[in-house]
Design a protein around this ligand. Structure first.
Ligand SMILES: [Zn+2]
Length: 146
């Protein structure tokens, strides 16, 4: 019983570690891309550029998307297409934190999707491998303890 509890806790910790690693790697990759967002202030209409580091600092986000299935040759792409995306940035026009519409959000999604999916698959595989090793160790411990 106690072995099962320890096993499940270790599995949860391992899962969280994988997710944290994935976010760190994906974030580093996105920052390295040096993407620049073109945004328009919803308050005063000023258009300005926001570097990706600044974009990731701001957490609040509004967006509307519709999943659109497109065929690229033999590849089926059902990634969402954003009809609207906005975040709060410090606007140079009204000198305050305002909601600003991101004009090239779909472009950003397209550029980073492949890299992020790659990392996600790697992390999923890492989790699967770790879980199997853990299960084997737990079985061994159970046999020795029992
Ligand atoms: Zn403004």
């Amino acid at each position: 019983m106690i072995v099962t509890i320890i096993g499940v806790s270790l599995l949860a910790i391992w899962g969280l570690t994988c997710i944290r690693l994935f976010y760190k790697r994906a974030r580093a990759k996105v920052i390295a891309s040096g993407f620049v967002f073109r945004v328009r202030c919803e308050h005063c209409g000023t258009e300005y550029d926001v570097p990706v580091e600044e974009f990731l600092k701001s957490n609040a986000m509004k967006s509307r998307s519709k999943a659109r299935t497109k065929l690229h040759g033999a590849v089926c792409d059902n990634s969402p297409v954003y009809s609207y995306a906005a975040k709060r940035f410090s606007c140079p026009g009204c000198q305050g934190k305002c909601w600003a519409q991101i004009l090239n959000y779909n472009e950003y999604q397209k550029e980073n999707r492949v890299a992020i999916i790659g990392y996600a698959l790697l992390m999923a595989f890492g989790f699967y491998l770790g879980a199997n090793i853990l299960a084997a160790v737990m079985r061994l411990v159970e046999r020795i303890a029992g």
